[in-house]
Each structure stands twice: as structure tokens, then as C-alpha cells.
Ligand binder design. Sequence first.
Ligand code: GTQ
Ligand code: FE2
Length: 352
Amino acid sequence: MAAVGGNLKEAREAFYARLKKRHMSPLWTVLHDLVSDTPRRDMQAAIWRYADVRDYLMEAGELITAREAERRAIILENPSWPGEARITPTLYAAIQLVLPGDVAPAHRHTQSALRFVLEGEGAFTAVDGERTRMHRGDFVITPSWTWHDHGNETTEPMIWLDGLDIPLVYYMNASFAERGAADRQEVTKPEGDAPARYGSGLLPVDYKARPYATSPVFNYPYEAARAALDRLAAAGRFDPCHGIKQKYVNPATGDYAMPTIATFLQYLPKGYSTARYRSTDATVFVVVEGNGHSMVGETRFDWGPNDLFVVPTWETVTHHPAADTVFFSYSDRGVQEKLGLWREDRFGEAPA
Ligand code: GTQ
Ligand code: FE2
């Protein structure tokens, strides 16, 4: 160092410039950004009000058909990352409109999708040869690389939330997609086959579950899930941070229903304010029932049915329901758990 005398700063800059030309860079200028003491704070909390999003979606319905759009959906982007189709670091959210008579043509891709129905009764999606009719609050899965098309033979629009692992797959650059030869895939199984075969507490005798497989049950109806929450609420044992919170699971493995997206259904009775909580999985919340507000860091979000908000990584959250409330939520928790990365902070509160 003595050799460079008083011009150390200039010598360093010159050195960095020479490194850059050779596609190299000094670790010590970026180490604390790369290996941060706590998760980055570059993601924002945000809320989308349903009435607002719905208006835009109906406008889209006048401007483009489902066939031309392939999927008529409006992406909810985290305000921190415009143009990136990300609502959290790894996950995507959009609101999709399927109008009466629409054909959202068959395609398949390596990205996994969840649907959570916000409005409408009885439109369908077909997944690998089987149709399922969808109702408000149903959680429906399109597994990776399965053919799927959507349609609506009812007289009312259907609107659902699309949750996909698009940013995760993009980051790993593992995207493949194919468009079907026909708009509609061939229906090869009767409606109700999957719930009977896999979703009734019974499995085919020689069924072999693969680790990390997507659940063979591809529609988790709200009615059954809601009834279960009611019974659990009556039994008590509320978690101070979560109230009653259940995860959707693959009945063959006991693991999350989807490999890349963990999904949850949660009940908070009127007046039950939750204790402070944070975790490393940035989470998208959908208000299925109820109204109230949440504090996400210092920000207050007032919410009602079908509003959607996102809680950033490691941001402290509390919920304050003014009526009996049900949340659907999703995050990359399952991925983080498998990689040994997931952490939570309950600020001293014990789980229920
Ligand atoms: O419904 O198949 O929001 O493939 C994004 C990609 C929906 C779908 C999205 C998709 C779909
Ligand atoms: Fe798709």
C-alpha cells in the first residue's frame, strides 16, 4: 500500500475499472449488500381494493377477448418492481376474468398456478383431461406442465386470483410452454374423478406419492374448508399470531399442496387482534370474508371482501378484524423450508 502513496483511492478505482473490463469485480465493495445482516427492505407492502381492480378488469373485458389475450388477466405488481410481474420476490399475482362464452385456450407450462375464486359460480377449468366447476372461495391447482383451458358456460362473469411461481421459474430460467393444437383439450375423465380418487380420505391402493409432487386433488372447495375452520374455531385453541391457520396439503404426502407455492386458510374472529409476527416468506393475503385492518410495519391497510394485500419479507404484521374474518394466503414458505432458509419471529409468543 505504501507503494501507491496518497493516491490510494484513485489506484483502487483504476484497479476496479481494469477488473470490470475483464468481467471481474471486488467483493469488498458489495459484500454487505450480498450477505446482508437481515433480509433486504426493497419490497413494499401494498393493497389492491377489489372494487377498483374489478372495474379495470371489466374494462379489459370490452377491449380484448380471452382467446386473443390467451388469458385475460391483470397483473398485480409490487410497486417496488414495476414491469417485473412480481408481487413478492418469487411469486406472481393477477386477477383473471372469464366472461360467459369465453374460451381461454389450452396450453401448458412449467410454471405452477393456483386459482382462488373471488366472484362467480360454475365456470370451469380443465386440467389434464378433467374439468372442475369452480365456486367462490375454491382453491384450484394447475400443476406444472399440465394442459389447462378455462371456460364459462354460465351467464355471469367469473373472476379469480391467479397465483403463479413465474418469478421463481424466471430466475432459474426453467420456463417451457406449449400451446394446444385445439382450444379445448379432450375431456377424458368425468367431473368429480379426482376428489373421489384422491380427496376423500382414500387413495388408490397402489398409489405411490412422489416427494415434492403437486397434490392430485386439484380443487379444494371452500365449503368443506370453511366448515372445518368453523369447527376448529368452536374448539378454541387460537394461535396468538395466526388465530386458526391451516395449510392446504397433498393428502398423499402431507406436504404443501403445491411444491413451489404454500397456501393457507385462516380464521380470525371479530375483535381478535393478532400478536406481532414476521417471517422470511413474503405473503399475499386475500380477504375472503370479513372486514377490518392490518398493520404492516407502520402502514395501515383497511380491508373488506376480495381485497388483497401483500406483506413484505420480515415485515412485522398484526391483524385487527372488525368482523369474523377468513384469509386465504400464499407464499414461498414450502420452498424456503426445504432449503433450510425459512425463519419466523413470534416476538416471544408460543404457538397454540
Ligand atoms: O390461466 O393459464 O395469470 O398461464 C398467467 C399465466 C394465468 C392461466 C396467468 C397463465 C395463466
Ligand atoms: Fe396457464
